[in-house]
Ligand binder design. Structure first.
Ligand SMILES: O=C(O)CCC(=O)C(=O)O
Ligand SMILES: [Fe+2]
Length: 290
């Protein structure tokens, strides 16, 4: 069944830019500034790598092996079951998702290959370049607020996080009103997210409408998080997004998603009020996972 609800027609204004276009840095930064999101085609992260991860991690989530990696409250690494999953800020329902958090020094399942680690490295390198694009196209008075160049904020950061997400097929027993991921903003500087095997990601437009983020097969979605908003005094806005529930046939399928959250080192000064560390601490408490 194809879903052609009116929502599909909401124009999010997000630009899909070819990484190879000489104008890409400007077009990409403008899309981020306008909508909080940008989409890249022809980017350097191999699609086979993404698909390998989708396949082997789906097997991992379907197995009992995951329970040996129950998440650690202090380190925030490991497996978060649907029972401990996040409740978005301002929401009362838990998201219908389970996920595994990979940090450079954190646990990593023995049951999967190193594909996700290779993806982490590739996504982090690309993100540093994208942050330089963003900075290049930021007005000088805003740039002057930054405590250091944006790519330096995430250099060798132990805090940058790969979240491997599994949204199970719907069972029909979901709590009323629960979504795969309720409306939220990301906490970090930027998020890098390869198009999922199933659609669902929506952003809230300035008109207050939900629209699907364009995410053609093989493309990469990038969005702004609260830390970039904080560091640029709101010049770049962290846009509210969610993962809508699937309808029809697709409700019987799993959705796998691989966001990398670019998180500065804890000591990086974001603004007069916050370091990256103090900011993260405050937000995790609000989410109920710390
Ligand atoms: O699964 C997705 O497409 C997005 C997930 C997301 O927004 C998040 O985990 O912060
Ligand atoms: Fe998000």
């Amino acid at each position: 069944m194809t879903s052609t609800s009116p929502r599909d027609e909401v124009d999010t204004g997000v630009a899909a830019v070819s990484y190879k276009d000489p104008e890409a840095p400007r077009l990409f930064a403008e899309s981020l500034r306008r909508t909080g999101f940008g989409v890249l085609r022809d980017h350097p992260i191999p699609q086979e790598l993404i698909e390998t991860i989708h396949g082997e991690w789906l097997d991992f989530f379907k197995s009992d092996a995951k329970h040996a990696y129950a998440y650690d409250k202090e380190k925030q690494d490991g497996f978060f079951s649907t029972a401990v999953s996040e409740t978005a800020k301002g929401s009362t329902k838990k998201d219908t998702k389970e996920f595994f958090h990979c940090f450079p020094a954190g646990r990593y399942p023995a049951e999967v290959s190193d594909a996700a680690k290779r993806y982490y490295a590739a996504a982090s390198a690309l993100a540093a370049e994208l942050l330089s694009w963003v900075e290049m196209h930021t007005p000088s008075d805003i740039r002057a607020r930054l405590s250091m160049p944006l790519p330096d904020m995430i250099k060798d950061s132990p805090q940058t996080l790969l979240r491997i997400l599994h949204y199970p097929p719907l069972t029909g027993n979901e709590e009323d009103g629960a979504l795969r991921a309720a409306a939220h903003e990301d906490i970090n500087l930027l998020t890098v997210l390869p198009a999922s095997n199933e659609r669902g990601l929506q952003l809230l437009t300035e008109n207050g409408e939900w629209g699907y983020v364009p995410s053609d097969h093989g493309s990469l979605v990038i969005n702004i998080g609260d830390m970039l908003q904080e560091a640029t005094g709101g010049y770049y806005k962290s846009t509210t997004h969610r993962v809508a529930n699937p309808v029809g046939e697709s409700a019987r399928r799993s959705r796998v998603s691989l966001p990398v959250f670019l998180q500065p080192r804890s000591d990086v000064v974001l603004s007069e009020r916050y370091t990256a560390g103090s900011y993260l601490e405050e937000r995790l408490r609000e989410l109920g996972v710390k």
